[in-house]
Design a protein around this ligand. Structure first.
Ligand code: FAD
Ligand code: NAP
Length: 337
């Protein structure tokens, strides 16, 4: 285990933005993490997974700890369900594909989401009508104040749309070490309600989709729509979809009858943030190396040498413009450092 001084974080975030870590260490064993925490007790700490949901706007003064804890284990099983635990450092997509290979169902719609297992609960990752809270069983996390391990149930995590207790009340307090999922072994509940999945499955030959067919469909859709971070820096959707009350929804709809929205509980509507940004004319916008992706307006991109501050400023300009045009305040989804 080597601790590096003044390490560039550019290769460690999918935005590909230059920033330095005062100290940097990768740990693949729990004892290493405990040792590092003891050694650098007084340093501020940033925990990093795959770096696919973070925007660096400045150097990190203290210690960056890249969590690489490995391992996938079947913890328990019944005729119908499996409890499967994965180390925080496991690659999320590889974990999903491994579960599909075993015919364990529930997370197939979350195929090809970048990043690691340990960060998945942070924002209750979701796609195509499924969120991890739907198949979550528990997680273990290290209390950075006391050094004790604590088990969190789903209720403890306070999952919500792209939210959890780890982004709010317990921000920076815990390092997630492993996550346990409850996955189906038979009678899988398949989610094909999103139009894109239905359309993609129609192209295939199977009449009855299975876990693999859904995963493959999601992969094809994502590869056709989303920018590949290996080619162009980005962190996926930069903003959350805003949820508005009935009255505001009707006002916007009156002015924009083509508004894209979905019911979100009683008298509430989820507006497609990508539609709002596109309608406001930002799709394909570029200033210097900071831009709005040409195929998906929800994704901000780094064409090469944009700084974190430039991307942040662009996001602020978009927030102000959307507020002015639609009266809706967009919230950032990406973690700003
Ligand atoms: P990082 O970016 O490394 O970290 C994210 C945050 O979690 C940081 O605040 C970090 O400090 C903290 N953190 C990381 N690991 C731990 C840990 N073990 N313990 C405590 N804190 C930790 N997200 C979705 O929800 N749905 C999508 O469909 C989706 N699609 C994407 C597509 C693309 C092309 C990209 C680039 C991103 C997409 N994302 C999506 C966002 C991102 O992939 C997820 O949020 C992912 O879970 C982030 O994982 P990570 O390991 O890269 O986290
Ligand atoms: P899309 O299919 O073009 O749909 C646009 C928006 O409409 C999505 O944000 C989605 O909300 C919503 N939507 C579509 N069909 C819906 C339905 N049947 N019921 C409820 N809401 C519906 O979106 P996309 O950009 O290509 O993304 C596809 C999926 O991958 C989405 O679920 C999206 O969240 C996820 N994704 C997330 C990220 C990220 O970084 N967070 C990046 C890429 C893709 P939801 O977002 O609430 O699902």
């Amino acid at each position: 285990m080597e601790v590096f001084n003044s390490r560039s974080l550019k290769p460690y975030s999918t935005f590909g933005i230059e920033a330095k870590a005062g100290l940097f260490v990768e740990c693949n064993k729990l004892w290493q993490i405990l040792q590092v925490l003891e050694q650098f007790n007084r340093e501020p700490l940033l925990i990093l997974g795959g770096g696919s949901n973070i925007l660096f706007t400045k150097d990190v003064e203290g210690l960056v700890l890249k969590n690489e804890l490995p391992g996938i284990t079947a913890e328990a099983e019944s005729d119908d369900f499996m409890l499967v635990k994965a180390g925080a450092g496991e690659n999320w997509h590889q974990f999903v594909r491994y579960c599909i290979q075993q015919n364990w169902g529930g997370i197939e719609n979350l195929s090809l989401i970048p990043g690691n297992v340990g960060a998945a609960p942070m924002q209750n990752i979701g796609a195509y009508g499924v969120e991890i809270k739907d198949n979550f069983y528990s997680l273990e996390a290290l209390d950075l104040k006391t050094g004790n391990l604590r088990t969190f149930s789903a209720a403890d995590c306070k999952f919500a749309y792209r939210e959890s207790v780890f982004k709010r009340d317990l921000k920076n307090r815990y390092l997630i070490t492993s996550v346990c999922f409850r996955l189906s072994r038979k009678n899988h509940q398949l989610h094909t309600e999103y139009g894109a999945i239905r359309d993609e499955l129609k192209q295939g030959t199977t009449n009855l989709p299975d876990l693999l067919a859904i995963s493959d469909a999601v992969i094809r859709i994502r590869q056709s729509k989303l920018p590949d971070p290996a080619k162009i820096g980005n962190a996926g959707s930069f903003f959350k979809n805003p949820v508005v009350e009935q009255k505001q929804y009707e006002q916007i709809l009156e002015q924009y009858p083509d508004l894209v929205s979905y019911p979100a509980g009683e008298q509430k509507h989820k507006l497609a943030a990508g539609w709002l940004i596109e309608k406001a004319g930002w799709k394909g916008y570029r200033k210097g190396d900071a831009g709005v992706h040409a195929r998906q307006a929800l994704v901000l991109v780094n064409y090469g040498n944009a700084s974190g501050k430039e991307i942040l400023q662009l996001s602020q300009d978009i927030i102000s413009d959307i507020q002015q045009k639609f009266g809706v305040i967009l919230e950032r989804e990406v973690n700003i450092y």
